[in-house]
Ligand binder design. Structure first.
Ligand code: ADP
Ligand code: MG
Ligand code: MG
Length: 207
């Protein structure tokens, strides 16, 4: 795969739904430790709704991803809904006019999405949130960048490392920040779901 068109992006989103379903209990356990024990259910509700719109007809990448973002914003009550929703809405805008995303266009779209999360969440790396998976993933993607496949696989590995690195962090954003020091020693649920989205993307490009 050297670029992602409507077909590949739809496959990515279906795979996201599968991995979220499989891992929902785990995401909820992580959120039970430092939040309100609903991240698995929130992500499931959102991605089940996304799965429901994938059979529609979309003119281009922007139209599909915009619909995904709007669906997440409107179906998920928790903080993660507007944040992931904004990610896909910004991804869509970046992909404007494209029929498919190559190595560089995919990076631009992912980066626009992550900037959207930062703006919407008024957050940044180091605060024990999903950004601590997103940002290392983008860095690894960019460093690897020669082929789409190599970059995405590196990005997925970066997301996992970033997720694991949230364990020792103290949360300063989101619900977990209410716990202060007691948030230390637990993986952030949103970083774990972000790693799943990357794992799903890796499954699409893997030969
Ligand atoms: P809620 O906290 O409303 O119950 P979820 O449990 O679905 O929502 O999602 C929690 C996750 O959202 C956190 O683990 C964290 O990764 C992410 N999150 C929360 N607030 C922010 C923020 N301001 N910026 C980035 N990510 C955030
Ligand atoms: Mg929660
Ligand atoms: Mg909640």
């Amino acid at each position: 795969v050297s670029e992602l068109g409507l077909h590949e992006l739809t496959t990515w989103l279906r795979r996201c739904t599968e991995l979220i379903d499989e891992n929902a209990p785990h995401l909820t356990d992580l959120d039970a430790a430092i939040g309100d024990a609903d991240h698995g259910a929130n992500m499931q509700r959102g991605f089940d709704a996304v799965a429901g719109i994938l059979d529609g007809e979309y003119e281009d990448v922007q139209a599909l991803m915009k619909k995904v973002g709007m669906t997440l914003v409107s179906s998920v009550g928790g903080a993660s809904g507007p944040l992931y929703g904004t990610f896909f809405l910004r991804f869509a805008t970046s992909a404007k006019g494209a029929d498919a995303l190559d190595l560089h266009a995919l990076f631009a779209a992912l980066q626009a999405g992550v900037h959207g999360i930062e703006e919407r969440g008024k957050s940044m790396i180091g605060q024990k949130t999903m950004l601590d998976a997103w940002v290392p993933a983008l860095d690894a993607y960019q460093r690897a960048g020669e082929t789409l496949q190599g970059a995405v696989l590196a990005g997925a590995a970066g997301a996992q490392e970033g997720r694991d690195a949230t364990g020792p962090m103290e949360a300063t954003k989101g619900r977990a920040s209410y716990l202060g020091e007691r948030s230390v020693g637990h993986i952030d649920p949103g970083a774990a779901s972000t790693a799943l989205l990357w794992e799903a993307l890796a499954d699409v490009v893997r030969p």
